[in-house]
Design a protein around this ligand. Structure first.
Ligand code: DLZ
Length: 159
């Protein structure tokens, strides 16, 4: 999991399946929106580059990462090939960070266990803002890109 000097979002287009004809919902947390907006841009651009039509990407905004699970649950009723959850949780002075990270990761896990649509965990859980900047279009890539590629691979697996 060490990312010290790696851009984790480099990928070879030849090795990623086409997403032509696929439909995706992207749930975006408004909290830390200077970070989540870049995650969204990375995810959307990647899906389109790999074949998805703009009209086949639906964006649903929710107030914070905690609400990503409910947003994904709603989206799961509408026949998408995969659902991508994008959020940014940054550690503060209290235990709030742990509660949100636990809730959102377990909530998304539950949707994957009980539902029929892959739900992707594109949530940054960082110790400080710089780490989030580095992973949302900075030196460590863009987790939105990684989430989009994961969504395509899981959608193919689910067909
Ligand atoms: C309250 C809160 C705090 C302190 N920090 C974050 C954060 O870093 N990232 C994030 O996505 N959301 C945060 N929130 C908001 C919660 O996710 C949630 O929206 C509220 O607790 C209301 O349920």
């Amino acid at each position: 999991m060490a990312t010290t000097n790696n851009n984790l979002s480099d990928y070879n287009m030849e090795e990623v399946p086409s997403s032509e004809g696929m439909r995706f919902a992207i749930i975006v947390s408004e909290w830390n929106n200077h970070i989540t907006e870049n995650l969204y841009i990375g995810a959307e651009k990647t899906l389109i580059k790999l074949g998805t039509k703009q009209n086949d990407i639906v964006r649903i905004d929710v107030p914070g990462s905690f609400e990503l699970v409910f947003g994904a649950k709603i989206a799961s009723k509408y026949n998408y090939d995969a659902i991508i959850c994008l959020g940014s949780v940054i550690k503060g002075e209290t235990d709030h960070f742990d509660y949100i990270c636990n809730a959102v990761s377990l909530g998304i896990k539950d949707l994957n266990v009980h539902g029929d649509v892959p739900v992707i965990f594109g949530v940054l859980t960082d110790n400080n803002e710089q780490q989030s900047i580095d992973r949302s279009g900075g030196k460590h890539g863009n987790k939105g890109i990684e989430a989009a590629i994961t969504a395509i691979k899981m959608a193919v697996l689910n067909k």
